[in-house]
Design a protein around this ligand. Structure first.
Ligand SMILES: NC(=O)c1ccc[n+]([C@@H]2O[C@H](COP(=O)([O-])OP(=O)(O)OC[C@H]3O[C@@H](n4cnc5c(N)ncnc54)[C@H](O)[C@@H]3O)[C@@H](O)[C@H]2O)c1
Ligand SMILES: O=c1ccn([C@@H]2O[C@H](COP(=O)(O)OP(=O)(O)O[C@H]3O[C@H](CO)[C@H](O)[C@H](O)[C@H]3O)[C@@H](O)[C@H]2O)c(=O)[nH]1
Length: 337
């Protein structure tokens, strides 16, 4: 019989890819999702329960019914800008909701959790590679809510013996190779999907947010990591918990920075379509440079990226957007380029 894993937020972007990776590794993912931003047709690898992580009785009942040996916790509100205008939602859902989840796990006797954290807990730490020891100074309620949950998890380890690994992702991107699942949000705020939606005529207000950063081409630099690599890191982290690891926190990035213009140039190359690179104002709260030092995840989890070359990220994302938006097919040469 397959080992069942509760996946909160498994109908979302990263969570659905984790379910796919869990199934490939021989687990049965059991999705708990309230479908606030998730998609029912992304739940393909195991049963789904519609409900809220804050409902500890539902969590306990679901874990017990399916015999879940561990939890992957993706469910959260995760838009930085929205968190600034509506912080109550972020503290209630991300911190309060997680307390409900942890209470349900405690009731059901489930002691292992892998948590989706973020590089936003570091705030604006300067231009060097970010290690796990870099000072944490979140500048948005979203980042603060994730930092709080990391603290809660350490306290629950001390008090209740709950074992946890926090995975601090940098910029998740890309889609499954078969274009089965990918990024689809409303509203969409992220660079790569917005650029592609603009190419497909789905949005008309695409702009480069800031061309006056202290970087070589003036645009902000991020560390883009393919969602398939992130999913694999979750499977490795779960295995580490099952192997006796008690607490951990790891940065997950490719270790390489790419500027907004570099990403857009690669999108033009892969799609064969020119982008209008309109310069707009900086977006509030955007740090100039965020790049991961991934050494600790490599050493302790054996994690290396396999799919995070920018060309592969863009190719998979473009295939997904062509399918998801049902647009006229791209010229064949575009994908072959
Ligand atoms: N996408 C990124 O670049 C990125 C970067 C760093 C961290 N993260 C974190 O990874 C996780 C997944 O992000 P994503 O991009 O897949 O987001 P997403 O919005 O696609 O997925 C979140 C899922 O959680 C569900 N959900 C939200 N609140 C819930 C609740 N109270 N109860 C039950 N289900 C709930 C939503 O319906 C959705 O299916 C989040 O915790 C996010 O903060 C994402
Ligand atoms: O239409 C757009 C959208 C984005 N950008 C720029 O592209 C870069 C990447 O932006 P994204 O919105 O794709 O990603 P972020 O770096 O803002 O966000 C990521 O990092 C955040 C923490 O800083 C959160 O963790 C979030 O979930 C995660 O996607 C930024 O410089 C942004 O200003 C544009 O120029 N135009």
């Amino acid at each position: 019989m397959k080992t069942a894993i509760l996946v909160t937020g498994g109908a979302g972007y990263v969570g659905s890819h984790a379910c796919k990776a869990l199934a490939a590794a021989g687990y049965l993912p059991v999705v708990l999702d309230n479908f606030s931003t998730g998609h029912a047709d992304f739940v393909r690898w195991g049963p789904q329960v519609k409900g809220d992580i804050a409902d500890s009785a539902l969590v306990a009942e679901t874990i017990t019914r399916h015999g879940c040996a561990g939890v992957m916790h993706f469910a959260a509100a995760s838009l930085v800008g929205e968190s600034v205008s509506n912080p109550g939602l972020y503290y209630a859902n991300n911190v309060g909701g997680t307390l409900g989840l942890l209470e349900g796990m405690r009731q059901a006797g489930c002691r292992s959790i892998v948590f989706s954290s973020t590089c936003a807990i570091y705030g604006d730490p300067g231009t060097g590679p970010i290690t796990e020891a870099t000072a944490q100074a979140p500048i948005s309620p979203y980042g603060a809510s994730k930092q709080m949950v990391e603290r809660v998890l350490r306290d629950f380890h001390t008090a209740h013996g709950l074992n946890s690994i926090c995975l601090r992702y940098f910029n998740a991107c890309g889609a499954s190779e078969d274009a089965e699942i990918g990024e689809m949000r409303d509203p969409e705020t992220h660079l790569i999907p917005r650029a592609m939606m603009s190419l497909l005529g789905r949005i008309r207000d695409f702009a480069v947010h800031g061309s006056d950063y202290p970087t070589a081409d003036g645009t902000a630099i991020r560390d883009y990591i393919h969602v398939r690599d992130l999913a694999q890191a979750h499977v490795l982290a779960l295995g580490a918990l099952f192997g006796g690891k008690k607490l951990g926190a790891y940065n997950l990035g490719s270790g390489r920075g790419a500027s907004v213009l570099e990403v857009l140039n690669e999108i033009e190359r892969v799609t064969g379509r020119p982008m209008a690179k309109v310069s707009g104002a900086r977006r509030a709260g955007d740090p100039p440079v965020l790049v991961a030092d991934g050494a600790l995840a490599r050493q302790e989890l054996g994690f290396t990226t396999r799919h995070s070359a920018m060309s592969r990220i863009i190719e998979s994302s473009w295939r997904w957007h062509l399918k998801a938006h049902g647009a006229a097919a791209a010229p064949q040469a575009a994908l072959a380029a």
